[in-house]
Design a protein around this ligand. Structure first.
Ligand SMILES: CC(C)(COP(=O)(O)OP(=O)(O)OC[C@H]1O[C@@H](n2cnc3c(N)ncnc32)[C@H](O)[C@@H]1OP(=O)(O)O)[C@@H](O)C(=O)NCCC(=O)NCCS
Length: 190
């Protein structure tokens, strides 16, 4: 008889990582360098995924990350991660990033990031536990994660097809497309 798959509740995947931003995290404008935040996001995703999977997990991809608000040096940056979707060997980790101005205690939610991590053994993907959603919010997040995955695959396939089309174009068409009016996508799909 095959061993039943381990189950982990979403609420047991939550993990918090916090760090004070120092001058070594500053960019030329004196605000926190985006790379410092991306590094913390990656570390949080890694820890969250490994806690969930009970295995080593590697970063497969970052979803788009937008920085809405600059973060000051001296702020306490807190990452709150949890597993929002689990596939066969991959997981989507959602990370909420907050910057706290310590003297005033004022919190600013700076962004939400999503990272896809894959559980591995000897460099090969291995199955992750089943993610148990207990609330409506968790189920919505899971289904949204599954949808994001499908749309990602579709978008990549569509983009690769269009780039192949662009690469086959002659110089005159390429030059015309640089400045043509209207939506380029409509033109390419005409
Ligand atoms: C991530 C990695 C293990 C995937 O290996 P692979 O042989 O391509 O794996 P597969 O094609 O069998 O896919 C395994 C799973 O990963 C997912 N996956 C693979 N590449 C992905 C990507 N770029 N984005 C999102 N998901 C991805 C697949 O959808 C699949 O998910 P599922 O099992 O839940 O259905 C491999 O590409 C790797 O080792 N990459 C380097 C990781 C690394 O070093 N990260 C740090 C970079 S600085």
């Amino acid at each position: 008889m095959s061993e039943s798959k381990k189950e982990v509740r979403v609420q047991d995947t939550h993990l918090k990582l916090a760090q004070i931003m120092t001058p070594t995290d500053a960019n030329v404008l004196g605000k926190v360098f985006g790379g410092s935040i991306l590094s913390m996001i990656d570390l949080t995703a890694s820890a969250t995924a490994q806690k969930f999977a009970g295995r080593v997990c590697v970063t497969a991809s970052f979803e788009r990350v937008d920085f809405h608000t600059p973060i000051d040096v001296g702020a306490l940056v807190t990452m709150r991660g949890h597993v929002s979707y689990a596939g066969r060997t991959s997981v989507e980790v959602t990370i909420d990033v907050t910057a706290t101005d310590l003297p005033t205690g004022r919190d600013t939610h700076t962004n939400t990031a999503r990272v896809i991590m894959v559980a591995v053994e000897n460099g090969r993907p291995v199955p992750v536990p089943t993610l148990i959603c207990e609330t409506r919010e968790e189920r919505i997040a899971f289904v949204s994660g599954r949808l994001r995955r499908e749309l990602r695959a579709e978008r990549i396939a569509q983009f690769d097809g269009l780039v192949a089309q662009i690469q086959a174009m002659d110089e005159a068409t390429l030059t015309e497309l640089q400045t043509c009016e209207g939506r380029l996508l409509d033109r390419l799909q005409a």
